[in-house]
Design a protein around this ligand. Structure first.
Ligand code: HPA
Length: 265
């Protein structure tokens, strides 16, 4: 861990970002908004997991966005790649070490509601860990018993809601349910997820939220709705559709984030 931490701090060249954004499938374009970007391919950072998922480019980019120093992780490792729910523990731990206090996660997700069409933005207020996998299995300290009430930081959520209202972006709120993937859900599973009270479905984010809370990082998360869940309103999701549709919501997300960052004290 020391090696990656030292390398990042050296390349940051005096920048001390407090906020990190983790970009989901098809959202990599957001790094283009960073001024004076410093790019660090994960391959240059010893121990950083490289993702093999198309639409995830695999680099850390630091710089300024709307007057605030930020780090973006473009490309995240998923549980479904190698069956490791703790795949993102190392990079999140390194972010903590370099002084990050706030993490905003983003993901592409399927909608479970007819009134939340593709292109919508949903701010997560809770989740259901339907995969049953936990990134803290094997952790031996008592810190593993992480409380999960208000895991999605109420203060950050409020600020993001205000930002969305200010820039005129309609923000949905809801519960994200984590299916392990990589196969998409069946229509029967989508009907079940709806009955469970979930609003959006996806293959990431939940393990990272658990890890952030374990590490004492404040966290918030957005779903970019790229499709209706399987069988809902004709939904028949594919990875191609995810990559094609994500930039639509990504543009809205960019506007919300810029306002949020500009007004961050
Ligand atoms: N299901 C799971 N993951 C997803 C979906 C979906 O419908 N869309 C984008 N990621």
């Amino acid at each position: 861990m020391r090696e990656a931490t030292t390398e990042i701090i050296r390349r940051l060249d005096g920048l001390v970002p407090k906020l990190a954004l983790v970009l989901g499938s098809g959202l990599g374009d957001l790094v283009d908004k960073i001024e004076n970007p410093i790019e660090m391919p994960f391959g240059d950072l010893p121990g950083f997991p490289q993702s093999g998922v198309s639409g995830h480019s695999g680099k850390l980019v630091a710089g300024t966005l709307a007057g605030t120093q930020v780090i973006m992780l473009s490309g995240r490792k998923h549980y479904y790649e190698e069956g490791d729910a703790a795949a993102m523990r190392f990079p999140l731990q390194v972010l903590k070490e370099i002084g990050i206090t706030h993490v905003i996660l983003t993901n592409a997700a399927g909608s479970l509601q007819n009134d939340m069409p593709p292109g919508s933005l949903m701010l997560l207020n809770d989740h259901i860990n339907y995969s049953g996998r936990d990134p803290l299995i094997g952790e031996e300290s008592d810190a593993r018993f992480v409380p999960m009430v208000d895991a999605y930081d109420p203060e950050i959520r409020k600020a993001l809601e205000d930002a969305a209202a200010q820039v005129g972006v309609h923000l949905h709120h809801g519960v994200y349910i984590w299916f392990s993937g990589p196969s998409f859900e069946t229509p029967a599973e989508i009907r079940m997820a709806k009955m469970f009270g979930a609003n959006a479905v996806g293959m990431s984010t939940v393990p990272e939220v658990i890890l952030c809370r374990f590490l004492g990082l404040k966290v918030a998360a957005f779903s970019i709705i790229t499709n209706y869940g399987a069988g809902l309103a004709g939904g028949d999701p594919s990875h191609g559709e995810t990559k094609e549709m994500a930039p639509l919501g990504g543009e809205r997300l960019g506007r919300v984030l810029e306002y949020y960052l500009k007004n961050l004290v």
